[in-house]
Design a protein around this ligand. Structure first.
Ligand SMILES: Nc1ncnc2c1ncn2[C@@H]1O[C@H](COP(=O)(O)OP(=O)(O)OP(=O)(O)O)[C@@H](O)[C@H]1O
Length: 315
């Protein structure tokens, strides 16, 4: 790509508890003042970013970067639009959500203004892994940049989203919403039967609790669930724990938050693989990139593919 790179910003004004409205206003001014060539669209409803990205990518095969401005959910939607397009256009990202795990994982500035500088100073795409999951019930393929969770973390996302998250986030108290959801889920989430096959090896968990299938190191706004995850190895990292008593869970959670040594614990299952099939035998909450997946008996095949991104390589 040459110096005439153009940027198509897809702006989710609902991200980051709508603080992204001010973020976009500031960046917009900067783009105008610095004569950056850009277009922009504002999302009008959930999943709109997927439609916008796919349409734009279909119509603009070269010299454009599609830039998601929002949180990990907005990036997820843009990724799905681009991957379903016939043109493999690069994706840029300005983090303006509340969790911003992808930005953290790839070393992208979490300050939107600095991320914009990283975007416009980039001269060539960087190819990274993204996850693909296929629901075996309908064979449709979807993509994710971060992770899929079944059970505990997904239930926390669900409880936080239906709780006071939006209200509390007005005062930057999203963490309080998540802490309250976490406590509630700790009490209510039961263990559930789960089978997983990783590159042909089958593992059975009668009492699964945390099930994370991840392309990046973080979930839940900076929690390092998979500290060894790499976005260039073509593999998904699988971290599973069964339901633990409260003391063991606190020990696990402390290690998770403090030093990432949880992978060394005997009650944590950790493997990486290229071809994964995961089946839950009861209806469970799911999450992808922090977005709710409907409660269901999951039967997913998961693998990775490549996506071009547009930022300087800091990973
Ligand atoms: N116009 C809109 N009206 C309502 N919801 C929207 C609209 N546009 C996008 N959305 C939804 O906003 C949700 C939140 O987006 P996103 O995840 O990017 O932000 P966030 O939750 O604040 O950040 P993070 O995931 O990093 O915590 C997504 O589910 C998306 O579908």
């Amino acid at each position: 790509m040459d110096e005439k790179t153009n940027y198509y910003f897809i702006v989710n004004k609902w991200a980051g508890a709508r603080h992204s409205v001010q973020t976009w206003d500031k960046l917009h001014q900067y783009l105008l003042q610095n004569e950056v060539q850009f277009e922009r669209a504002i999302t009008e409803y959930p999943k709109h970013a997927t439609e916008l990205a796919q349409k734009f990518a279909d119509e603009h095969p070269t010299n454009w970067v599609i830039v998601a401005l929002g949180g990990d959910g907005t990036l997820l939607e843009v990724l799905n639009g681009v991957q379903h397009s016939k043109n493999k256009i690069p994706i840029g990202y300005i983090p303006a959500g509340s969790g911003n795990d992808f930005a953290r994982a790839v070393g992208l500035a979490r300050d939107p203004y600095q991320a914009l500088q990283q975007l416009i100073q980039t001269t060539a795409p960087i190819e990274l892994d993204v996850g693909v999951y296929q629901d075996q019930n309908n064979q449709i393929e979807h993509y994710f940049s971060n992770n899929i969770g079944i059970g505990f973390d997904a239930n926390v996302v669900y409880q936080a989203n239906r709780g006071q998250k939006l209200k509390l986030s007005k005062w930057h108290l999203e963490s309080a919403a998540y802490a309250s959801a976490l406590l509630k889920t700790l009490i209510t989430q039961k263990g559930f039967p789960l089978n997983i096959t990783i590159d042909g090896e089958k593992y059975e968990f009668p009492n699964a609790f945390v099930v994370s299938l991840t392309n990046i190191k973080y979930f839940g706004g900076g929690i390092g669930i998979a500290p060894l995850a790499q976005m260039t190895d073509g593999k998904i990292d699988v971290v599973i724990t069964e339901k633990l008593n409260i003391f063991r869970f606190i020990r696990l959670f402390t290690k998770l938050l403090i030093n990432g040594k949880h992978l060394e614990m005997s009650n944590v299952f950790f493997k990486t693989g290229r071809q994964i099939q995961v089946q839950s035998f009861s209806a469970e909450h799911g999450q992808v990139n922090g977005e709710d997946l409907p409660k269901q008996n999951f039967d997913l095949k998961i693998w990775t593919t490549k996506q071009n991104f547009w930022f300087t390589n800091q990973i």
